[in-house]
Ligand binder design. Structure first.
Ligand code: PEP
Ligand code: MN
Length: 355
């Protein structure tokens, strides 16, 4: 099994699936078998201990589900992974030969818990996946990675499951893709898996979310699957049957990071040079813009006028929206871009006025 786990860990895309929660032995084994029958799954997942937002929801079957995982592995040949949140859970999972552990979003937020899990992992040779914390805080995610790494765990992977924010509507957890991308940039040697199930919280946008992750060069997916999704004891709305999952995986356009074609590389190089050239020009222009802001600052200082003039700012935004629309630039982008430019202008002017 150790070699198989290594092989799976290196496979791209790495596909992890299984129910949100192990409920009964029959449910777990049947889900595992139907997933294995698709031939598209690499690792079987199931929640054994479930950290729930509110009490009274199904809190997991507990350690008695671990022999079911073993049985599912025996019948399907699939390596297994479960979520661990305490030292005792790590011990129990290891006793029952779980192959990969994962740390859940509600645990990653808590350095005490992460440290406890890390301490239990000292001297243990097992791959560990670390989900992003509930809140959009890369330092917290990084801290969890460091604690586990310091315990001597060599194989660490990242799972992006989105971030909670008050009033989330479209997504259960907003993906904030840029945070996952930044985490990958900081940890290029780690695999990065996307969990569209917990991002979406519903079935109808799972596929487009998974596709987006693949377009962004994620190394794999963790998607929840259940033999009877509507009657699942947890996360019923976001689970899909093994067969539906297989259809989704077939529908995804799998992208490669690179190809060996020379023509492709030559064409790409040309386009990248054009982008570099345009970026250089934009820098020059922004530099000029700031020089003009400095001059305005000087006039404002001489006439004792405030730096920020709201009317003028609204006028700039309106002009930009109108122009941007014709150029195919989104309102959201223009607002963010001009906000940044405006802040820099204000900083320049403040310096001039107080300099
Ligand atoms: C889960 O994977 O079932 C789970 C509880 O996920 P998260 O920690 O991302 O909420
Ligand atoms: Mn779940």
């Amino acid at each position: 099994m150790k070699n198989l786990v290594q092989e799976k860990w290196a496979k791209r895309p790495l596909i992890i699936s299984g129910p949100c929660s192990a409920e009964t032995e029959e449910q777990l084994v049947a889900t595992a078998q139907r997933l294995a029958n698709t031939g598209k799954i690499d690792v079987l997942r199931a929640g054994i201990w479930k950290p729930r937002t509110k009490p009274g929801l199904f809190e997991g079957i507990g350690a008695k589900g671990l022999p079911w995982m073993q049985q599912a592995k025996k019948l399907t040949g699939l390596p297994t992974t479960v979520e661990v949140a305490t030292g005792k859970q790590v011990e129990d999972a290891l006793t029952f030969d779980v192959d990969i552990l994962w740390i859940g979003a509600r645990t990653t937020v808590n350095p005490f818990s992460v440290q406890e899990v890390a301490d239990a992992l000292r001297g243990v040779d097992i791959p560990v996946l670390i989900k992003n914390p509930i809140n959009p805080d890369l330092e917290l995610w990084t801290g969890a990675v460091e604690r586990v790494a310091r315990a001597g765990v060599k194989q660490i992977g990242l799972i992006h499951r989105g971030f909670s924010s008050y009033g989330n509507t479209e997504y259960r957890n907003a993906p904030m893709w840029h945070l996952a991308i930044e985490m990958k940039r900081r940890n290029p040697e780690m695999i990065l898996i996307n969990d569209p199930s917990h991002i979406c919280g519903r079935r109808d946008i799972l596929l487009e979310t998974a596709q987006k992750a693949i377009d962004l060069d994620f190394d794999g997916l963790m998607i929840e699957s259940h033999i009877d999704p509507d009657n699942a004891w947890s996360d019923a709305k976001q689970q899909v049957t093994p067969e539906r999952l297989a259809e989704m995986l077939d529908a995804i356009a799998w992208r490669k990071e690179d190809v060996a074609s020379e023509a492709y590389h030559a064409a790409l190089e040309k386009l990248r040079q054009q982008i570099n050239h345009l970026d250089d020009e934009m820098m020059q222009i922004l530099g000029q813009r700031m020089k003009i802001a400095d001059q305005i600052g000087k006039y404002k200082k001489e006439n004792n006028i405030t730096v920020l003039q709201t009317n003028r700012w609204n006028e700039i935004l309106e002009r930009a929206f109108a122009k941007g629309e014709k150029l195919g630039l989104g309102k959201d982008f223009i607002t963010k871009y001009l906000d940044a430019v405006h802040m820099e202008s204000i900083n320049h002017q403040t310096k001039v006025m107080n300099g």
